[in-house]
Design a protein around this ligand. Structure first.
Ligand SMILES: *Cc1c(COP(=O)(O)O)cnc(C)c1O
Length: 498
């Protein structure tokens, strides 16, 4: 198959033959499915060459294989506009060794969580796609967030001509810093709405609005069309493949591993987007052995990999890693589809069952195709203990999400004795979860306010308080809207003046 033949199709069979730019513009297929490339391209360039490349150069070598209808000039413009001085290090995604594992720091962008890795480029990919497809409508980005996507998406789309962005977050379900980052967001085209519900309610509500063709018509009459900044958008996944390739190449360059030697990758997982990107990297030919999927106490994915049954019928637990408080992991649908041999019928049946009953089971044959994945989970107390252990042993402070991954990785090694060099996706700066990490290391923080704790964190780690946190210290609160899960659609209508 030649590269030019790569196209995008829905995991539920309703659409096929789309270009990358069309898939990015749509976000979600009309049949409710997610877009997948018709095949996974292989890395064409040698590891020796990759080892010498900058992040931006690596990004081009990876992304061009998926985004085949973008010209070289367009793609390089998107990449160079995204990965610039918004990041506080030229490496963009540095690797940091601590206690024998390699923490891939994905939080050096403008909102200090890994969502910046993809959301700093998505607006460029999207506006380029709009131009390429002669879109005249204003693009309305509807986004459900478990805490980090919302801010990162707004940072990317604020005041981008031809776009509006509306973000729904679960009231009481995000950290103080996450909430402040969102409600102080500037930009005339931004709106932030707290919903009385959890992340799953927000995500389901957004998917419902996408699926409502009547509403789509009302939007079109006013010159609007919807797209998504969630990881259901293929334009989020593709940029996330880059940093796994980059991390591997850097390990080769440093002589930590030999070219061709396998690594394991551990990812703190919620919506299954980040780990799916690691899986795509493996499918592209990156030497990866095991993908360790780390969950917090909302361990629906752990149970799935243990049993082959996905069952969301359980209590939703609010944890100190709120960006992983999710029971419906949307991107798992892409893995289900692939492991069913890209059979859209099978996948659609399972997704319908999930919608109707809240659960589904896959066949043994499909489970065999997922053998690359191992699930694990961390309880709240295990997570706190790991953050403290690592800090006491090495002086390296990790956030609560990375803590989940680190815990699960250490448990995996203890159980299996597998000493394969391991990259752990480090998904947020500890500053975003200052209260939780300081509590983990030093015990109860009493009634100290968030910014006192932030300054304490700075004292004990010696790591400067990031600009993203300084920015919200005294910022004006601009967004105060609250709605119910049931009134999300009418809220969108009201904001857009339909
Ligand atoms: C979003 C997020 C995750 C989960 O990533 P998924 O791609 O949804 O699995 C983990 N950690 C942090 C800090 C996040 O923001």
């Amino acid at each position: 198959m030649s590269m030019a033949n790569l196209s995008y199709q829905s995991t539920r069979g309703g659409e096929c033959g789309l270009t990358a730019s069309q898939a990015i513009l749509n976000g979600l297929a009309e049949d409710g499915g997610l877009y997948m490339p018709s095949f996974i391209p292989k890395l064409e360039i040698s590891m020796d060459k990759l080892a010498e490349m900058s992040y931006q150069e690596t990004a081009y070598e990876v992304m061009r294989l998926f985004l085949t209808d973008y010209t070289e000039e367009e793609l390089k413009h998107c990449i160079n506009s995204a990965y610039d001085s918004k990041f506080d290090t030229e490496e963009i995604a540095p690797l940091r060794e601590a206690d024998g594992a390699y923490y891939l720091e994905l939080f050096h962008g403008s909102t200090i969580a890994f969502k910046d890795m993809a959301l700093s480029i998505l607006p460029y990919l999207m506006t380029t796609a709009a131009k390429k497809n002669h879109v005249k409508n204003e693009i309305v980005i509807l986004t459900a967030t478990s805490g980090d996507t919302g801010k990162a998406a707004m940072a990317g789309f604020a005041d981008v001509p031809g776009t509006r962005i509306l973000v729904f977050y679960p009231k009481g379900g995000v950290s103080r810093v996450q909430e402040l980052q969102m409600v102080t967001q500037k930009g005339d085209n931004t709106a932030v709405i707290a919903i009385q519900g959890n992340f799953d309610d927000a995500q389901t509500g957004v998917k419902k609005i996408f699926g409502n063709s009547e509403f789509g018509k009302r939007l079109a009459e006013k010159g609007y069309q919807l797209s998504s900044a969630n990881s259901i958008n293929i334009g989020r996944l593709v940029p996330q493949v880059v940093y796994y390739v980059y991390a591997y190449a850097k390990l080769v360059q440093k002589g930590t591993i030999k070219n061709g030697e396998e690594i394991n990758i551990t990812v703190p997982t919620g919506n299954f987007g980040n780990i799916l990107a690691a899986y795509l990297a493996k499918q592209m030919g990156l030497p990866v052995k095991t993908l360790i999927c780390a969950s917090n106490e909302n361990k629906v994915l752990y149970d799935f990999f243990q049993t082959g049954t996905y069952d969301k019928r359980r209590e939703f637990i609010l944890t100190s890693s709120p960006s992983m408080d999710i029971l419906i992991s949307s991107n798992l649908e892409r893995l289900i589809y692939v492991s069913a041999g890209c059979d859209a019928e099978v996948n659609r049946g399972l997704m319908e069952e999930l919608g109707k009953t809240g659960a589904y089971s896959i066949t043994e044959a499909m489970r065999t195709k997922m053998a690359d994945f191992v699930g694990g989970y961390a309880t709240e107390s295990e997570n706190g203990a790991e953050i403290k252990r690592l800090f006491d042993a090495t002086g390296y402070m990790i956030d609560t999400h990375t803590g989940v991954a680190s815990t699960v990785y250490r448990k995996y090694v203890a159980e299996t004795g597998d000493l394969t060099p391991t990259v752990i996706a480090s998904t947020a700066s500890p500053y975003k979860f200052s209260h939780s990490v300081m509590e983990a290391v030093y015990g109860d923080q009493g009634d100290k306010d968030e910014f006192t704790i932030i300054d304490d964190l700075c004292k004990v780690t010696g790591v400067a308080v990031p600009q993203a946190v300084e920015e919200i210290r005294n910022a004006e609160i601009r967004h105060k809207r609250v709605c119910d899960a049931e009134t999300m659609e009418s809220t969108v209508a009201e904001i857009l003046g339909l």
